[in-house]
Design a protein around this ligand. Structure first.
Ligand SMILES: C[S@@+](CC[C@H](N)C(=O)[O-])C[C@H]1O[C@@H](n2cnc3c(N)ncnc32)[C@H](O)[C@@H]1O
Length: 448
């Protein structure tokens, strides 16, 4: 190889310098291009989100079969975008979120009224005709007091004491479409107004829909018992032992759902009453299986009802933190729920009243009583008596209504909530809540 001359070397050096400058420029250009692409993508995403919010998404518009004008109500409906119109607003014994039961079954005497708006129907009372035949109704409503509309994929249910689970495995109010669903007791209907109890909605809650609760449609265990009605004669019936177990499992589910005592649910009376009350013929077992049924009953009414192994055909208890066991036979045989619903890490509390609080509560007049001499006494608007109010307070407090933060960080602070026309003050100790004061809410005294 011939030796390089000086000028060649110099030239090569210059070229190398130029190459390295160009490399740097290329690198810079790449970086600029990358960030421009990122910015563009971001912009596109937000534009797409805005477009789909308006119901004008390109993809979806192409899929619309009958191509109605994209801004028509029909197109909006087909794209899943509807303008909701509340059919009415809840008046209830809970005025603020604090102290409102987290689920309707927590506090039986919780009461509410719902008046159907005339702006929705010319004759709102017509829309309620026939509903009086049902004992319970589903109320679909908006969590209108969610404050900020933010939501997260994982939430911390208060009963899980800080543990996180997917929002769709909970009844959290904070969800993309702030819709609530409550199964309420239908007390009576007066014209355009429905009177409810067992509710967990605050006053002013906009209601979007009402549907009758029909166990045969809404409750898997009832669906099973309908299927099993013709057991005595049906040749397609499953073998008798498994039919028996299936039926019995239904009984267990009823117990879990209603949280009634095991004994009461497993009694023959209750079993038959449940069926007859839902309009079905009473379920009857072949005689030779009755003794087996008795054995099964004795077995499941033992303390370990939820710890029976799958081999015996019963549902295994779901320990907190683990997923539910699947049914051992026939998927539809019974429902399963997350273990923490039944066995939450947050224990229920004993509730007590100080003598002072008891006296204050007794001062409240039952709703139906009035008289000039007693006009200075506070009166409930929804609750029927001080006893009913005491039961409601017990229901609310025994479920520990505090947020996880309050419970863990400032457990010794006083807790205030309003129930109907009473302001309640209480405090929490280890395993209990004590009501210290029950005072009338000023504004209600003035308006009654
Ligand atoms: C956990 S949610 C459950 C509601 C319903 N049963 C459900 O499963 O969709 C019940 C809680 O929502 C809150 N809440 C009730 N009405 C509300 C409203 N209109 N806006 C915002 N939060 C409400 C109260 O704090 C109540 O304790």
């Amino acid at each position: 190889m011939s030796p390089r001359c000086d000028c060649c070397c110099e030239h090569i050096q210059k070229l190398n310098q130029q190459v390295s400058v160009m490399r740097k420029e290329i690198k810079n250009l790449r970086q600029m291009l990358d960030s421009a692409v990122r910015a563009h993508r971001k912009q596109m995403t937000s534009v797409q989100a805005a477009v789909s919010k308006m119901g004008l998404s390109e993809d979806k518009r192409d899929q619309t079969p009958s191509s109605p004008s994209s801004s028509s109500p029909q197109a909006a409906l087909e794209q899943g975008n509807i303008q909701t119109v509340p059919i009415g607003y809840i008046s209830s014994c809970f005025s603020v979120k604090n102290g409102t039961p987290r689920q309707p079954t927590i506090c039986g005497p919780s009461r509410a009224e719902l008046r159907i708006q005339q702006s929705v129907f010319n004759n709102p009372d017509h829309a309620l005709v026939g509903l009086e035949q049902y004992s319970h109704v589903w109320i679909i409503f908006l969590f209108h007091k969610n404050g900020h509309l933010s939501y997260k994929a994982k939430v911390k249910p208060p009963r899980l004491n800080g543990q996180r689970v997917g929002v769709y495995s909970t009844r959290s109010p904070h969800r993309p479409n702030a819709l609530g669903l409550t199964l309420a007791k239908l007390d009576k209907i007066e014209g355009d107004t429905i009177h409810l109890s067992d509710i967990d909605m605050i006053a002013g809650t906009p209601v979007l829909d009402i549907k009758p609760y029909i166990p045969e449609y809404d409750s898997p265990d009832t669906r099973m018992s309908m299927d099993s009605e013709p057991h005595g004669s049906n040749t397609d019936q499953p073998n008798s032992a498994s039919a028996l177990l299936n039926e019995e499992t239904n009984v267990i589910i009823k117990d879990e759902r209603t949280e009634e005592g095991v004994e009461s649910v497993l009694s023959e009376d209750k079993f038959e009453t449940d069926h007859s009350s839902s309009g079905n013929a009473p379920f009857s077992l072949p005689n030779d299986l009755r003794s087996v049924l008795e054995e099964v009953k004795t077995f499941v009414t033992q303390d370990n009802i939820y710890q029976v192994s799958c081999e015996s055909g019963y549902q295994v208890s779901d320990p907190p933190k683990t997923g539910p066991e699947r049914p051992c036979y026939g998927e539809e045989a019974y429902t399963t729920i997350a273990g923490w619903i039944r066995e939450a890490p947050v224990a229920s509390l004993d509730v007590r009243f100080t003598p002072h609080a008891e006296r204050q509560l007794a001062e409240f007049l039952p709703t139906h009583l009035s008289g000039p001499s007693e006009s200075d006494r506070p009166r409930f608007k929804f609750l029927r008596s001080p006893e009913e109010a005491a039961a409601a307070i017990r229901g609310v407090l025994s479920a520990d209504p505090r947020s996880v933060y309050r419970r863990t960080r400032c457990g010794d602070r006083l807790f205030f909530f309003t129930l109907d026309t009473a302001d309640i003050t209480c405090w929490f100790g280890q395993g209990f809540a004590e009501v210290l004061q029950v005072r009338p809410v000023e504004r209600h005294i003035a308006s009654v």
